[in-house]
Design a protein around this ligand. Structure first.
Ligand code: SF4
Length: 160
């Protein structure tokens, strides 16, 4: 199964302000192959990068929630890495891990509403993660485990 995705096809923007958007877009492109709801998915973050503290918090959260929900990470860990990165950036800027794979007109209002704070309601109720962070066993992109190291995350981020 190939994960080759052209970076140039993801976005024409090259400004560093949109670097995070490019990263998350990679994950959402993959998600769009699998999820019919992904047509609503778009890009979100404009941060320069998350703090190490929140990156580690969201890494641990993701591992723990995957275990407790019986889901797996994507077989391509770079997808997992960019979603965790996006969650950490939102935790930095908003104080909550708002889903990084969606467009919001008002992020602060969305945080207060709570629907898209990770784990979002679709994930909690139906195990539907359109970011492809938490995948059920029947998902073609599900890997074998639900672990990722901070080194794997940083490596994936640097490669973007
Ligand atoms: S569980 Fe929901 S909020 Fe968390 S990454 Fe997946 S889609 Fe986004």
């Amino acid at each position: 199964m190939s994960f080759a995705i052209s970076q140039t096809s993801l976005t024409a923007r090259s400004s560093s302000a949109f670097t995070s958007s490019v990263r998350v877009n990679r994950a959402t492109r993959m998600a769009s192959r699998h999820s019919s709801s992904s047509s609503k998915v778009s890009l979100v973050t404009k941060c320069e990068g998350p703090t190490a503290k929140n990156l580690e918090i969201m890494r641990k959260f993701s591992e723990q929630y995957a275990r407790s929900s019986g889901t797996k990470f994507c077989m391509d860990k770079s997808v997992t890495a960019v979603v965790i990165q996006g969650l950490a950036e939102h935790k930095d800027t908003l104080g909550s891990p708002l889903c990084p794979c969606r467009h919001y007109d008002d992020k602060e209002a969305e945080v207060k509403a709570g629907f898209w704070n990770c784990p979002c309601i679709p994930m909690r109720e139906r195990k539907e993660c359109h970011c492809m962070l938490f995948l059920t066993d029947d998902n073609d992109f599900a890997g074998d485990d639900s672990t990722i190291t901070i080194e794997e995350i940083n490596e994936a981020i640097e490669d973007m």
